[in-house]
Design a protein around this ligand. Structure first.
Ligand code: UDP
Ligand code: MG
Length: 260
């Protein structure tokens, strides 16, 4: 029997946690007895009552573990913390606001049973308003970073313990999670999912966070920024050379007019 640990980063999700657990518990029943399911919450410095709720859940159930971070570090660092605390045969990563449907887990698990070590939830459609922005980001990223799998996915994925082990060896400070998953996986299987709207509250990552993530992705997985800097350096050197030559000529012309 395989043990799946579901890793859930949490920042102020007190209203979503009860629904999230109810839906995960349904999946847990559905998967039994082929797999057991437990939940690892990474509480990323919440201040809305999530901390207290998670502590209660941890004391009343033996299938819930919680790591409380001292401050709010961000989604990426919370995922990295999940990677380092993972215990199990398989990890499922997903957001806690129910944008990633827990009901996709059985299909991911089936794909794993059939031999896939990395199964990602490909966002074939999304209910969010800024989907043009997301689609443009994925289009550009996959144009300039051909080593990344051409799959539109975020956090929602199932990873074999061997893939987690490989991710642990990657020491990047700024981490673009889907890129690390792609880098650490020999092959990726994608299952189609519809990305839902956040159940309660507004995005915790926000536009600023998404822009930072996009910059990290481009800097980490594409040589385009380095090439752009090289070209700019070359243009600046040529400009300096040309203006230096022009200066010398005009100095010579001026000095030929001076009477001796
Ligand atoms: N999250 C986190 N730390 C943060 C921001 C977000 O742990 O600083 C969690 C959040 O609670 C959710 C997941 O990361 O479970 C995704 O966040 P969000 O829904 O804000 O991201 P979006 O879907 O808007 O990209
Ligand atoms: Mg969300």
């Amino acid at each position: 029997m395989a043990h799946i640990e579901v890793i859930l980063p949490i920042f102020n999700e007190v209203k979503n946690i009860p629904n999230l657990i109810a839906r995960l518990d349904q999946v847990k029943k559905e998967l039994s007895p082929s797999a057991t399911l437990s939940y690892l919450f990474i509480n990323d410095g919440s201040s809305d009552g999530s901390t207290e709720l998670l502590s209660q859940l941890h004391s009343s159930r033996n299938d819930i573990r919680v790591v409380h971070l001292l401050h709010n570090f961000g989604h990426g660092p919370a995922l990295a913390c999940g990677v380092s605390h993972f215990r199990g045969d398989l990890a499922v990563f997903m957001d806690a606001d129910l944008q990633d449907p827990p009901e996709a887990i059985p299909e991911m698990f089936l794909a794993w049973k059939n031999g896939s070590k990395t199964v990602v939830a490909e966002r074939v459609s999304r209910s969010e308003s800024n989907k043009v922005l997301f689609n443009t980001f994925y289009y550009l990223l996959h144009k300039v970073a051909p080593q990344l799998p051409p799959v539109n996915f975020g956090t929602h994925c199932l990873l074999d313990a061997s893939v987690i082990q490989r991710i642990k060896t990657l020491k990047e400070k700024n981490r673009y999670f889907p890129g690390l998953v792609g880098f650490a996986s020999p092959k990726i299987e994608a299952i189609p999912v519809h990305r839902l709207k956040r159940l309660e509250g507004n995005s915790r990552v926000g536009l600023k966070g998404l822009i930072q993530l996009a910059i990290t992705a481009f800097l980490s997985f594409s040589s385009l920024p380095v090439r752009m800097v090289s070209v700019m350096g070359l243009i600046a050197s040529l400009a300096a050379l040309i203006s230096g030559t022009a200066d010398r000529k005009s100095t010579r012309l001026n000095s030929s007019h001076v009477k001796r």
